[in-house]
Design a protein around this ligand. Structure first.
Ligand code: FAD
Length: 271
């Protein structure tokens, strides 16, 4: 249907599409409802990770024992995505396809190095999360393509994690937020770390330069502050909710706090 129909939109949870249509930002000629494709609604363990079907509801991700055990960062971030009612309907694939610059899921998947699986009558392709954002609310999807799933490599048991954000009210989109993952080595130095931001650019921003500063070093507040200061260099976006400068400032503060929280959990995980 996607390959044959003109001006088509896919309906997943409808939590963003219906709002866009109500505001007349979108007026598609056709809507293809993928809600009853049961294959798209599975969460399953795969070697080294978890595969989410695009239609898996955000609520089902949060309730999944596999995700709770292996990917707690997702659970922490999901508690900040909208409200229980929106999470009951909203899907993982819908969040990634809608690609709001302040959405939590794209930043979490960026920190986790997720791979997105896309299909069309022309064939299948895998898109690393780093190649997913082409522009403002513009995912790497052709009009005839469907996002069918996302594979997330899991971090080792006991890893540290944190997702923190600044939103004006609970359930609002974040002004800015930070995801952090951390593994310590036997001597207590940082062996592995990932940091991703939301709300500061058109898509999630991975802070590779900050990660490089942290690897091999013994954590303390000064080191986290030094690494987090790199967030000041992100491009920054501006809208009626917050200036570019304010979002950058938030990015620095929330990166530092997320690193400290991930470190605390990494210490507990080793105990
Ligand atoms: C009150 C409210 C508060 C919210 N707060 C937040 C928040 O704090 N953080 C946050 O991240 N989100 C928030 N949201 C958005 C919510 O998370 C949406 O569920 C999500 O953005 C879109 O998912 P969906 O399944 O509802 O997609 P839909 O609304 O059905 O679709 C969204 C877009 O993605 C496309 N699409 C959907 N699935 C696919 C697919 N498989 N392949 C290709 N294209 C597809 C659709 O065509 C459409 O363009 C909020 C929504 C509401 C109503």
């Amino acid at each position: 249907m996607l390959s044959g129909l003109e001006d088509t939109k896919i309906l997943a949870g409808g939590q963003s599409l219906m709002a866009m249509m109500n505001f007349r930002y979108l007026a598609p000629d056709h809507i293809v409802d993928i809600n009853r494709i049961s294959d798209l609604a599975e969460v399953r363990e795969v070697e080294g990770g978890i595969r989410f079907g695009a239609m898996v509801r955000q609520r089902d991700v949060a309730d999944s024992p596999v995700v709770q055990a292996r990917c707690p960062l997702l659970i922490e971030a999901l508690s900040l995505v909208g409200h229980i009612q929106t999470r009951n309907r909203g899907t993982v694939g819908g969040s990634l396809s809608h690609l709001d610059p302040s959405a939590e899921m794209p930043a979490v998947f960026s920190a986790l190095d997720a791979v997105l699986h896309v299909t069309s009558v022309r064939g299948d392709r895998d898109v690393p999360i780093g190649d997913w954002t082409l522009g403002y609310m513009m995912p790497n999807l052709e009009p005839d393509e469907l996002l069918v799933g996302i594979t997330v490599p899991c971090w080792p048991t006991g890893h540290g994690y944190a997702f923190l954000e600044m939103a004006r009210r609970h359930g609002d989109f974040a002004l800015a937020g930070a995801a952090a993952l951390m593994v310590l080595d036997g001597a207590g130095a940082i062996e592995r770390v990932a940091i991703a931001l939301t709300g500061v650019d058109v898509g999630p921003v991975r802070l590779a330069a900050a990660e490089a500063k942290l690897i091999g070093r013994k954590p303390d507040e000064g080191l986290f502050a030094e690494a987090a200061s790199i967030a000041e260099l992100v491009a920054g976006i501006e809208d009626v909710h917050a200036s570019r400068e304010y979002r950058r400032r938030l990015a620095v503060v929330y990166t530092r706090r997320a690193l400290a929280a991930a470190y605390d959990r990494a210490l507990q995980g080793r105990a």
